[in-house]
Ligand binder design. Structure first.
Ligand code: NI
Length: 166
């Protein structure tokens, strides 16, 4: 496994739209292992998306199980994920490995239904809510070339500088 370099804003590569995964093979699993190693090597990120390491395919990992009072399906590796239902809205604070110096308040759906594939190519689907739903929406944005910065209502009011990523 390898810890990969994380692209950071304003790197234009973060704007690319990623392609669907077409082959569920050992090479895919190896790249997923590197993606997870990179997430874990950082400062406790709850998620990472493939394009953040310059891999422009539709793969993301989320794991919010370390947060207290948060409903969670544990560690999820989602390939070709699609959100098919949205419900409610909530404002919440987000950070991003690709935007290490800031956090921001972003409005997301409170509950979502997600269809995807697992790394072996089996279809999976989840109903999720709260912070887990937020994390999946954030990571899925990366697959479409979007950052949380793009979703701020006001940079002046909703963007916060941070001293230490944690
Ligand atoms: Ni991010």
């Amino acid at each position: 496994m390898a810890v990969l370099e994380i692209l950071t804003y304003p790197d234009e590569r973060l704007r690319r739209v990623s392609s669907p995964v077409e082959r569920f093979d050992a090479a895919l699993q190896a790249r997923i292992d590197d993606l997870e190693a990179t997430r874990l090597a950082g400062p406790g990120a709850v998620g990472i998306a493939a394009p953040q390491v310059g891999w422009f395919e539709r793969v993301l990992i989320v794991d919010v199980s370390g947060r207290r009072k948060t409903s969670s399906h544990g560690r999820l590796v989602l390939v070709n994920p699609e959100i098919t239902e949205w419900e409610g809205f909530a404002m919440g604070r987000e950070g991003c490995l690709s935007v290490p110096d800031y956090t921001g308040n972003v409005v997301r759906a409170e509950r979502i239904h997600v269809d995807a594939f697992d790394p072996e190519g089996n279809p999976v689907s989840f109903d999720m809510e709260g912070f887990e739903a937020r994390a999946v929406q954030h990571e899925l944005d990366h697959l479409d070339g979007l950052l949380f910065l793009d979703r701020l209502v006001s940079r002046r009011q909703d963007l916060f500088r941070r001293k230490v990523y944690k």
